[in-house]
Design a protein around this ligand. Structure first.
Ligand SMILES: Cc1cc2nc3c(=O)[nH]c(=O)nc-3n(C[C@H](O)[C@H](O)[C@H](O)COP(=O)(O)O)c2cc1C
Length: 314
């Protein structure tokens, strides 16, 4: 059991959050995270309210520990999901892709902790001033949608400015990364890519194998020139998309080309015509393990690294 602002805020043993992963982070994965002493976030992207309710109730049946739900502010049903989260009184929400501030008061009135994902110091200060319970900074190393700063630059810029717990995300896949974030002053980490290879993760086996085979240089980002970056594995589809993106193809054509590719990669297992979303730290993602084993390994590695860090002062 560790002691950080985030473990205290959420009442968890280890300050490790399995971040929301569209179509993939459902009740089974989240409950495995909670059983192992960390926590997880149920993804809501692309889901109807009933489907989210089903996942929340399933998770509650499996665990009696705090877990979160992701509120995606560009989703058309965001307000219905916020209401559902209030009715179900989940422990916390991570909030991304829009202005989270109007949601703080109603969610907090139901005892729900609000943890927005922010891309800059300016927004970190704003959500802190407006009463966020914690915040996530997510660097461009992360799998899925991301911004334009690296995790290291975000930590350097944001951590000295912010009092509430800061959770670092993006490119952290092992205990080295966790220890580095904690030593820099983060109160915890959010990780996605490492848990894609969990036995409990429903990612298609083809996509799991593609991640296992991949190395650092296989990472690519689409949409960077349009401020709509999405990181995943380089493949036939991403090469074709990037050729169009940088030849100035119209927005609608690019959007049509991208539509459905996450589902195709993650659920249908089409690793050439779909887009397998995963972060940059690929070399360490090399085997499928149960969540409990992953957390045990992360905890041991982090403790070893922190002990080594202490030794540097002798
Ligand atoms: C496959 C995949 C899907 C994701 N979907 C979402 C999502 O729906 N909502 C969200 O806020 N973040 C999403 N993320 C970001 C993760 O929650 C997390 O912040 C990120 O994976 C951390 O970086 P890492 O991949 O290097 O561990 C996704 C990430 C991945 C890899």
């Amino acid at each position: 059991m560790w002691n950080t602002k985030l473990t205290k805020l959420l009442g968890i043993e280890y300050p490790i959050i399995q971040g929301a992963m569209a179509y993939l982070s459902e009740a089974n994965l989240v409950s495995a995270m909670c059983h192992a002493g960390a926590t997880g976030v149920i993804a809501t992207g692309g889901l109807q309210v009933d489907a989210v309710r089903e996942q929340i109730r399933k998770a509650k049946d499996m665990i009696d520990k705090p877990f979160g739900v992701n509120l995606m502010l560009q989703s058309p049903n965001k307000d219905d999901i916020a209401q559902l989260v209030c009715d179900e009184k989940v422990a916390f929400v991570t909030i991304g892709a829009g202005n989270p501030v109007p949601y703080f008061e109603p969610l907090q009135a139901h005892g729900i902790k609000c943890i927005p994902v922010v891309p800059s110091v300016k927004l970190a200060r704003r959500v802190q001033d407006k009463g966020a319970d914690a915040l996530v900074i997510e660097g461009m190393e992360a799998g899925g949608h991301d911004g334009k700063l690296t995790t290291m630059a975000l930590m350097e810029n944001v951590l000295p400015e912010i009092e509430i717990p800061v959770v670092a995300a993006g490119g952290i896949v092992d205990g080295r990364g966790i220890a580095a974030a904690l030593v820099m002053g983060a109160s915890g980490v959010q990780m996605g890519s490492r848990f894609l290879l969990a036995e409990e993760c429903i990612l298609h086996p083809n996509a799991k194998q593609a991640i296992i085979q991949a190395v650092d240089t296989d990472s690519t980002v689409t949409g960077f020139s349009r401020n709509d970056s999405v990181r995943g594995l380089k493949n036939k589809w991403s090469e074709a998309y990037l050729a169009k993106e940088y030849s100035g193809a119209p927005e609608e054509e690019l959007m049509a080309m991208a539509r459905g590719t996450n589902w195709k990669g993650a659920i249908e297992g089409d690793t050439e015509n779909g887009f397998v979303l995963v972060g940059m730290s690929l070399n360490r993602l090399n085997r499928i393990q149960p969540v409990q084993e992953i957390i045990d390994e992360l905890v041991t590695e982090t403790e070893e690294r922190l002990a080594l860090a202490g030794g540097l002062l002798k």
